[in-house]
Design a protein around this ligand. Structure first.
Ligand SMILES: Nc1ncnc2c1ncn2[C@@H]1O[C@H](COP(=O)(O)OP(=O)(O)O)[C@@H](O)[C@H]1O
Ligand SMILES: N[C@@H](CCOP(=O)(O)O)C(=O)O
Length: 319
């Protein structure tokens, strides 16, 4: 249940009165999600989503608003936050920072077909082509520096073999990524799993949950996508989905030679990023709520599979 702060209709009515968004018709708590309180708000004019930020770094919220505004202005399918009559998007409600968004159509594609993979790759390619010109700045909070600093915290919960695996991997990434390579930079989503997209049939209705959004290596975002979207049950890469996403992506932003070189290692590093973040949630810093945490083992399996089967050939661009 992802309503950690219940709201009354009169609180929402007062909140809505600042916006040109109509009057409240109905209010529904959204069960999905793990970090924030989310509500579907129907007015006599439109369908909206209200998010109350329960945790995390609230000082980062203006960055997310700026990024979503920017992508929305460039006609990417993201929920551009509503601004009130004074031009302000970020408010406080029930003592929590609050944002109001348009409700986007669609469902999470848990078993995406190839047309959906193509669409996702195409939109992400467009997003990255545009996000290279975004002027906001927020260093990637889950980059190699974070891996180096945080991985020792979970060693005590791992077998000797897994400790060695984790340490060796981090050392390998340091060798590869702390060299002189320059990878294209821009704004990234930072967590573009299937459950952060909404598909209306084969059309991408929207990309949501930008709260891992940051600036850094664009390839990091693409590797997160491949590890989640193009992965078989045993952790191996699903060649058809992989090719559909990458070919459509490269129609908008072809990978550079440096990106192609480090691609197998980026797949490994982003797999370890989720193995570690999930272990931290389970063992080190569990949230106050009792929602079942994501399974760390899944990303250990994916990491091992990426080590054993380094990468598939990168396809050419397609339209
Ligand atoms: N703009 C939106 N349009 C439609 N549904 C949305 C929108 N934003 C969030 N949701 C729904 O709310 C759920 C929780 O939102 P999310 O931002 O992922 O929460 P959390 O940050 O708590 O994980 C999503 O899985 C989705 O079903
Ligand atoms: N999608 C993630 C959850 C969000 O990651 P976090 O680093 O912000 O906790 C997952 O599936 O683990």
């Amino acid at each position: 249940m992802a309503v950690f702060t219940p709201l009354t209709e009169s609180q929402i009515e007062a909140f809505l009165s600042r916006f040109d968004a109509g009057s409240l018709v109905s209010l529904e708590g959204v069960p999905a999600g793990t970090e924030n309180s989310t509500f579907f708000v129907t007015t006599d004019q439109r369908e909206l989503v209200l998010t109350l930020f329960e945790q995390g770094e609230h000082e980062e919220l203006p960055f997310f608003v700026e990024l979503l505004d920017y992508l929305d202005e460039h006609r990417l399918p993201v929920p551009g936050p509503l601004h009130d009559r004074e031009g302000v998007a970020l408010h406080s409600l029930a003592g929590k920072p609050a944002l109001l968004f348009p409700r986007l159509p669609g469902k999470h594609p848990l078993d995406p077909n190839l047309a959906q993979c193509h669409e996702l790759g195409s939109v992400l390619g467009r997003l990255h082509a545009i996000s290279q010109h975004f002027t906001g700045h927020r260093p990637n909070p889950r980059d190699l520096h974070w891996l180096v600093a945080l991985h020792p915290k979970v060693h005590g919960y791992l077998s000797a073999a897994d400790q060695t695996l984790m340490k060796d991997e981090v050392e390998t990434y340091e060798d590869v990524f702390n060299g002189v390579i320059e990878l294209p930079q821009g704004a990234l989503h930072g967590d573009l799993f299937r459950d952060n997209t909404l598909f209306d049939g084969d059309r991408l209705g929207g990309i949501i949950d930008f709260y891992n959004g940051c600036t850094g290596d664009l390839l990091f975002d693409l590797a997160i996508v491949i590890n989640d979207w193009a992965c078989n049950a045993d952790g191996s890469l699903n060649a058809e989905r992989h090719d559909a996403i990458l070919a459509a992506y490269q129609a908008h932003r072809p990978l550079t030679a440096a990106e192609r070189d480090v691609w197998p290692m980026m797949l490994r590093m982003t797999a370890l990023r989720y193995w570690l973040s999930r272990l931290l949630v389970v063992y080190v810093d569990p949230p106050a709520h009792d929602l079942t945490p994501h399974d760390p083992e899944r990303f250990r399996t994916i990491l091992k599979a990426r080590i054993e089967q380094p990468a598939l050939l990168l396809p050419e661009a397609s339209r």
